[in-house]
Design a protein around this ligand. Structure first.
Ligand SMILES: *[C@@H]1O[C@H](CO)[C@@H](O)[C@H](O)[C@H]1NC(C)=O
Ligand SMILES: *[C@@H]1O[C@H](CO)[C@@H](O)[C@H](O)[C@H]1NC(C)=O
Length: 369
């Protein structure tokens, strides 16, 4: 290859890059993709025959439309608030029939309430979009975008996009600890189950990386033993359930270590981890410091701590959702989600490893080779 040829090639690449710049994302901002469970589902399960759904009131009571959308929140959830903080328009669920044409270019949300890292998590919900299927949909999405803007521009869009992955909670509450004895709890001690989950999680993240992504925010689990559902069923006097607390305190640091190893193996800075356990524990320990009146009672529910069963139109409902850490028996309120997103964006190394989301977004993405 002579020098002249190389110069021409460089010019072609430079010109090519310029033209895709306009097309990548829409309105000049990175695309946003979301994978995971009910903490980040924005309505995919509305299109499925599953019991894991949030499409009836009072879900959505504080959403801009004041109607249920499928979000497991009184209002916005974590991906909505990331978009809001970034100044991006909100995403659409991948299964929405309205997600077509140019709208595809701002990204999409593939999350489905009830799923976990493992395929056998959430089997009681029957029809949910398990992670291998979420990734298959992402491949299908890429084909659709390629048809719209061409392969090079599609790859650039994917590489520069932000990806959020939230998984793990259901592998405990809707698998290992679902019943007093489960196939997984017979197979593994808790100390052996967590490294197994982490190694399966690593395979998922590797596949995602092979699909061309360049910026991935991975959140850990919250303090699973402190959610109103567990206070109602596993706690004697309102203390957080010890076995689930041990699970989240082991899972989060091992997740961060795995992300470090993955960055090293792949020679990338693509993966950052949020220690959502520590973030959330701070409101639980000291709710008043954050403007909450309680971190034990759910806003919507019934029974002790409003933690029994689902949040339905017949449940007791609190008048001011901002005073509650938990909206329902398992899910944070919009207010709690807002505080978590602030830490994700700007938090110190205690919360965000090896860097916070603002720093990740300011890194230059590597050119496609
Ligand atoms: C989960 O299911 C997918 C297919 O749906 C399969 O390819 C994958 O190997 C399964 N994962 C595990 C850990 O069994
Ligand atoms: C966010 O991360 C960057 C470095 O990665 C750091 O300089 C900055 O201090 C972090 N923000 C806070 C509040 O720690």
């Amino acid at each position: 290859m002579d020098a002249g040829f190389i110069i021409v090639l460089v010019l072609i690449l430079a010109v090519g890059n310029d033209t895709v710049c306009e097309g990548a994302g829409s309105g000049g901002h990175p695309a946003f993709f979301v994978f995971g469970d009910s903490l980040v589902d924005i309505g995919n399960n509305n299109y499925l025959a599953t019991s894991a759904r949030a499409d009836s009131p009072p879900y959505g009571i504080d959403y801009p439309t004041h109607r249920p959308t499928g979000r497991f929140s009184n209002g916005l959830n974590i991906p909505d608030l990331i978009s809001e903080e970034m100044g991006w328009e909100p995403n659409m669920p991948y299964l929405s029939p309205d997600l077509t044409g140019q709208k595809l270019l701002t990204g999409s949300n593939f999350a489905s309430a009830g799923v976990g890292i493992l395929n056998d998590t959430g089997i009681q919900f029957v029809n949910i979009i398990r992670i291998p299927q979420q990734l298959d949909y992402f491949q299908q999405y890429q084909e659709r975008v390629k048809a719209l803007i061409g392969e090079a521009a599609m790859k650039k869009l994917i590489k520069e996009a932000l990806v959020l992955v939230t998984l793990g909670g259901n592998d405990f509450v809707n698998n290992y600890y679902l019943l007093p004895s489960t196939a997984r709890s017979l197979q593994f001690s808790l100390k052996a189950y967590i490294p197994f989950l982490i190694s399966e999680y690593q395979k998922i993240l590797k596949r995602l990386y092979e699909l061309g992504v360049g910026k991935v925010l991975v959140t850990g689990t919250g303090p699973l033993g402190c959610v109103p559902a567990e206070l109602a069923t596993r706690s004697r006097a309102g203390e957080c359930a010890a076995d689930l607390q041990l699970a989240s305190s082991l899972f989060n640091p091992q997740l961060v270590q795995m992300l470090d190893a993955l960055n090293k193996d792949l020679s990338t800075k693509a993966f950052i981890g949020a220690n959502t356990n520590i973030m959330h524990l701070e409101f639980i320990t000291n709710p008043k410091a954050y403007g909450f009146t309680t971190s034990k009672m759910a806003c919507c529910g019934q029974g002790p701590y409003n933690g029994m069963g689902l949040c339905t139109p017949l449940s007791s409902l609190c008048p001011n959702r901002d005073e509650y850490v938990f909206w329902d028996a398992f899910h944070p309120s919009e207010k709690a989600n807002r505080l978590i997103v602030k830490q994700i964006l700007k938090g110190s190394i205690t919360y965000m490893h090896p860097m916070n989301l603002s720093s990740l977004m300011s890194l230059d993405s590597k050119p496609i080779t």
